[in-house]
Design a protein around this ligand. Structure first.
Ligand code: CA
Length: 311
């Protein structure tokens, strides 16, 4: 029975996740963070914010997490830079919470990685500034990071889902950071435009999500209204959250990547170092995404979480 109890312990140990995001510009970080709160058996160690007004982003993150009854998750702003505000910042302008911590994002990441070597998944869905800062300032953590899953890159198609690849926003915003992460030797998987740009969350799906009528789905609807009442969200970042928590809707290739100054990620000769996702299952992913917000006891939710893979 020792073997069985060991297997059960492994299966029940929550996956440890750090979520690094640039919430409050495009709307997909909002959908991604909401999704993360719905994944069972994970321990969200903390959220870090990256790019531009990281303190303002932390407020939006804190308020959204509170809407999903996860006000317990700490948030650590990363290095800030001068980038203009977009409308979602208004939603949390007056918001304050003890969950927003003064400790720098990369110090929090280092502390948690050293506490759980090899066990932590970093899901990074903004420019790679924080992750690059982490491994540049503290290179000793590189061998202790479990894996990094990013939304970023464009390998065979651009934003229009046609060849050629084009500069993808997260990579474009900090090309040097992206190359540093790709060359780090850490296990990196990239959900780029090839598996994300076709993930439009249309009006009928949004209506179904809002009909769950929870504080969380209402918060998503409010943020979506501020972002663009008539626009259709593309769920770029949720694809990385899904993969990072072992829900797979694509296939994989291992490649060597070179980032150019326009943020295009070229597949170049060299030892394969980054896993890229290709061949997206569009319909399956979008239906699964919506089902993850069904009530936790429902058959729809149970079917959705049953798609999680063992590793
Ligand atoms: Ca993002």
């Amino acid at each position: 029975m020792v073997g069985l109890s060991f297997a059960l312990t492994v299966a029940l140990t929550p996956q440890k996740v750090i979520f690094d995001c640039d919430i409050a510009d495009d709307i997909d970080d909002t959908y991604a963070m909401a999704l993360l709160t719905r994944v069972p058996n994970i321990k969200i160690l903390g959220v870090t914010t990256v790019f531009g007004d990281t303190a303002g982003r932390a407020k939006v993150a804190a308020k959204l997490l509170q809407s999903f009854d996860r006000g317990d998750i700490p948030i650590y702003p990363g290095r800030s830079s001068a980038v203009p505000h977009r409308p979602q910042f208004e939603w949390a302008k007056e918001f304050s919470a003890k969950s927003i911590k003064p400790e720098p994002a990369i110090d929090f990441m280092k502390r948690e990685i050293e506490r759980s070597p090899g066990q932590i998944t970093i899901i990074a869905v903004g420019p790679l500034t924080n992750v690059s800062d982490l491994i540049t300032k503290y290179p000793e953590v590189k061998t202790k990071i479990g894996k990094i899953v990013i939304m970023g890159g464009s390998f065979y198609v651009g934003y229009n889902n046609q060849a050629p690849a084009s500069g993808e926003w997260n990579i474009y915003c900090d090309t040097k950071a992206a190359q540093t992460v790709f060359d780090s030797g850490v296990s990196v998987t990239a959900a780029g435009l090839d598996v994300t740009t076709m993930m439009q969350f249309d009006d009928s799906m949004q209506t179904k999500l809002t009909a769950y009528n929870t504080k969380g789905t209402s918060a998503i609807a409010e943020l979506k209204q501020l972002w663009g009442a008539k626009d259709t969200p593309t769920l770029y970042d949720p694809v990385a959250v899904a993969y990072g928590t072992r829900f797979k809707f694509s296939t994989e290739e291992k490649v060597h990547l070179t980032v150019d100054e326009k943020g295009v990620t070229h597949i170049t000769p060299g030892s394969p170092s980054v896993t890229i996702l290709v061949k997206p299952q569009r319909k399956e992913f979008l239906e699964w995404y919506e089902a993850m917000f069904a009530p936790k006891g429902s058959a729809e939710y149970r079917l959705a979480i049953a798609k999680r893979q063992a590793n």
